[in-house]
Write a protein that binds this ligand. Structure first.
Ligand SMILES: Nc1ncnc2c1ncn2[C@@H]1O[C@H](COP(=O)(O)OP(=O)(O)OP(=O)(O)O)[C@@H](O)[C@H]1O
Ligand SMILES: [Mg+2]
Length: 425
């Protein structure tokens, strides 16, 4: 029996549908292979092989450092032999640039179905890549790629596939980029990496919503999933790990995109234009991994014309903002039913930390009252359902950094206990 899977949300259906009933996208359902279980009852009972872990070689010390320290940090200290890393991000955000720059002194096979050798060469020149051991190919049959990489495995340190949506396996009928092809090609690459210990970096496209195009299983198959994000209009880019079998997923890498490629950013104020005060603006201190960072939150609350007021949120979790609005309504008595509320994090970065909660509420209060918050003030704190302000992970480090960065006032759980106290601070 045929089975269809939505390439956008992984919804499954026994019949073909033009529109996915789950995510609402059109023309995303593709035919999947029948996963016919082979009869296993005829198999012999296998003898169990046991290996003492003490006899297994450790790979910990063998991490290969790349040309970008921030890249290594996000990976957990470098590239592990045999690791399969999936790098995703919106079109044009700089994935190929990041890879070329990180691998510039390594011996690499770069398989590209996206760009010609000339295009890659021009970019490599601009990024001062050591081109002698940088091999390009636009052959997209995965069996051929694997065979070629295997033959060169003494010469080559790493294999890059740009992108997984353009390569295909000869053993599957479906077109490149379909669910079956994605699964098959990734599977083959993973098997190859584990067998030969050659690390592989796979570039994957994302859909409009930032999901990796293709089945979720892609994420399960690989060791590490990296997300490269930012707004194309701004120069800042952030690299983070959504999954990492070899390190924490807390660390992020921050870059600035310029003519000579990506420059690593270490200034915690990199995302702020100034420390001035303005109606609806607050500055929050958060930690991404072990690194303190400061962001500007902008909130605009305007009288609504609608029966259900609008809530538009960018850069922080939508449901989190809904929750904070409910808390603000209850404990600050704000008449939020009569306001449309827009919340934005300046710089196009997603803040995952709960440390921004207090600053979001402070900027809301400021927008509704029309009064700017005190200048050179930073807000750090998680807000609970009772309006209480909780200390956050790494709070003391963020506070120290704020003082070093010439903020004159830090509002955190050390200064106020409940959002009601905001009015007095
Ligand atoms: N000469 C240049 N000077 C400065 N920046 C450049 C230059 N050429 C390209 N860029 C930047 O590099 C970005 C494209 O980077 P890159 O091709 O690495 O992205 P990508 O994520 O691999 O894109 P795709 O999804 O199309 O493969 C452009 O958006 C642009 O900002
Ligand atoms: Mg590219």
């Amino acid at each position: 029996m045929a089975f269809y899977i939505c390439t956008n949300c992984n919804f499954g259906s026994a019949s073909f549908l033009g529109k996915c009933p789950d995510c609402g996208e059109f023309n995303t359902l593709v035919k999947a292979d029948d996963d016919v279980e082979k009869p296993r009852h005829k198999e012999e009972v296998k003898k169990l092989k046991l290996t003492s872990l003490s006899k297994v070689q450790t790979t910990r010390k063998e991490r290969r450092k790349t040309g970008i320290a921030e890249f290594d940090r996000v990976l957990g200290g470098g590239i592990i032999p045999g690791a399969v890393i999936l790098l995703t991000g919106e079109p044009g955000i700089g994935k190929s640039t990041l890879l070329l720059q990180a691998l510039k002194d390594m011996k690499v096979i770069y398989v590209s179905g996206e760009e010609s050798a000339e295009q890659i060469r021009d970019r490599a020149e601009r990024l001062s890549v050591n081109m002698e051991h940088f091999y390009f190919s636009d052959d997209l049959q995965i069996e051929g790629v694997i065979k070629g990489a295997e033959e060169e495995k003494d010469l080559i340190e790493l294999l890059v596939i740009d992108s997984i949506q353009t390569v295909y396996s000869k053993e599957v009928e479906a077109t490149a980029g379909s669910v079956t092809q994605l699964r098959e090609t990734t599977n083959k690459l993973v098997t190859f990496a584990k067998r030969t210990k050659m690390p592989i970096i796979i570039i994957g496209h994302v859909t409009k919503d930032g999901e990796i195009a293709g089945p979720k299983t892609l994420e399960h198959l690989v060791d590490t999933v990296l997300l490269f994000e930012g707004e194309k209009v701004s120069n800042h880019r952030v690299l983070r790990a959504n999954k990492n079998r070899f390190g924490s997923t807390d660390e992020i890498g921050i870059f600035e995109m310029n003519e000579s490629g990506l420059a690593e950013v270490s200034n915690p104020l990199a995302f702020l234009d100034d420390l001035n005060s303005q109606e609806g603006k607050s500055i929050v201190g958060v930690s991404e991994g072990k690194r303190p960072l400061f962001f500007e939150i902008q909130t605009l609350a305007v009288t609504t014309m609608l029966s259900v007021p609008r809530r538009v949120v960018k850069g922080v979790d939508y449901n989190k903002v809904q929750l904070l609005l409910a808390v603000a309504r209850k404990y600050l008595g704000l008449k939020l039913d009569t306001y449309d509320v827009y919340v934005n994090v300046v710089g196009g970065i997603d803040i995952k930390s709960t440390a921004a909660d207090l600053g979001i509420i402070a900027s809301l209060v400021s927008s509704i009252s029309g009064k700017p918050l005190p200048p050179k003030t930073v807000y750090i704190g998680e807000v609970g359902l009772l309006g209480e302000i909780r200390p956050v992970y790494f709070q003391d480090r963020i506070i120290d950094e704020a003082k070093r960065m010439k903020f004159t006032s830090v509002i955190s759980s050390k200064v106020i206990k409940n959002i009601r106290d905001l009015k007095r601070s």
